[in-house]
Write a protein that binds this ligand. Structure first.
Ligand code: G3H
Ligand code: 13P
Ligand code: ZN
Length: 302
């Protein structure tokens, strides 16, 4: 069944578990999430970036989402990740997304407030919830240069009061992609705890992929070249959830898993050129990651 994103998140905040947010871009990635949620009896947030929408088409994404989830007993939400283009945000609000993110965190505080308020006004009228972001996540380069700007707890409170956004993405040391840390992951749990105590709405962790050495080695064994990749440890994810994170975003782990599955299949089956078999091998590996996350985040039977 399809539900409002914030309903799921408020319940998760109370229940001290996290909702999985999985980035998808096509039929097979969406199927992977829905299949596993049905098997494990878990809710999930299915997310598309603006580039995923450009790739697949918004009408196709919404139809796929509705067809795959409406007859399921599990709860699903459809979310726009890192919304930046007001036109895309509007389209998502009007065409069936249950939440949108407005990511104006790269602007100054006042501009971030102003853009977020605009989106909140439109979204509320359509029963769509809004995720906003304050603080700056880093890329690999940013981390090396120490550019990660942790979220300021007081500013986070002020921001949520002014914008009335429904949930808030915060920066506590993670970054997007496969190269988050030079080695061991380190998150700023003090800031997280301060924000959790001050800000009364669900908090979101972006850039949360584990990038496990085991998965990377498997992909590399079949021809990938992923070197020096490090993500957020499972222990850190568990602590982040315990200390107040309610939504955990994963994209990179799904991509590496798909890459591994397809590479392995092609190498082991050089005479098979049925693309359904090839893509299914990728989908199966995504399913393993989705299952692992659902167990790790504690959201079964919720
Ligand atoms: O957080 C962003 C996601 O990883 C989306 O990436 O724009 O390549 O779809 P994408
Ligand atoms: P990862 O790159 O760590 O998977 O993060 C994805 C994300 O934050 C999507 O919004
Ligand atoms: Zn993100």
């Amino acid at each position: 069944m399809i539900v409002n994103t914030n309903k799921l998140l408020i319940k998760a905040r109370k229940g001290k578990y996290a909702l999985p947010h999985f980035n998808v871009s096509n039929l097979e990635t969406m199927q992977a999430v829905v299949n596993v949620c049905n098997k494990l009896k878990s809710p999930a947030i299915i997310a598309t970036s603006e580039s995923a929408i450009k790739y697949a088409g918004i009408e196709n994404i919404v139809s796929l989402f509705q067809n795959l989830t409406k007859s399921s007993k599990q709860k699903f939400a459809l979310h726009l990740d890192h919304g930046n283009d007001m036109n895309v945000i509007k389209q998502c609000i009007l065409k069936g997304y249950t939440s949108v993110m407005i990511d104006a965190s790269h602007f100054d505080f006042n501009k971030n407030v102003q853009l977020t308020k605009t989106v909140v006004n439109l979204a509320k009228k359509n029963n769509v919830s809004v995720e906003a972001e304050i603080g700056t996540l880093g890329g690999q380069e940013d981390y090396v240069k120490g550019k990660i700007k942790y979220t300021n707890p007081n500013q986070a409170l002020d921001f949520t009061k002014q914008t009335q956004c429904d949930n808030l993405a915060i920066a506590i040391g993670t970054s997007h992609g496969a190269y988050k840390f030079k080695g061991k992951s380190e998150l700023n749990f003090e800031i997280l705890e301060e924000i959790k105590d001050l800000v009364p709405i669900p908090l979101v962790l972006h850039g949360a992929s584990e990038v496990s050495t085991e998965l990377v080695n498997k992909a590399n064994k079949y021809g990938a070249k992923i070197a020096n990749a490090h993500g957020v440890s499972r222990l850190n994810i568990r602590s982040a959830i315990k200390k107040g994170i309610t939504k955990v975003n994963t994209d990179t782990d799904l991509r590496i898993a798909f890459d591994y599955g397809v590479r392995k299949f092609l190498q082991l089956n050089p005479t098979n050129f049925d693309y359904r078999k090839i893509i299914s091998a990728g989908r199966e590996e995504i399913e393993s990651v989705v299952e692992d996350k659902i167990r790790l985040f504690g959201c079964r039977n919720k």
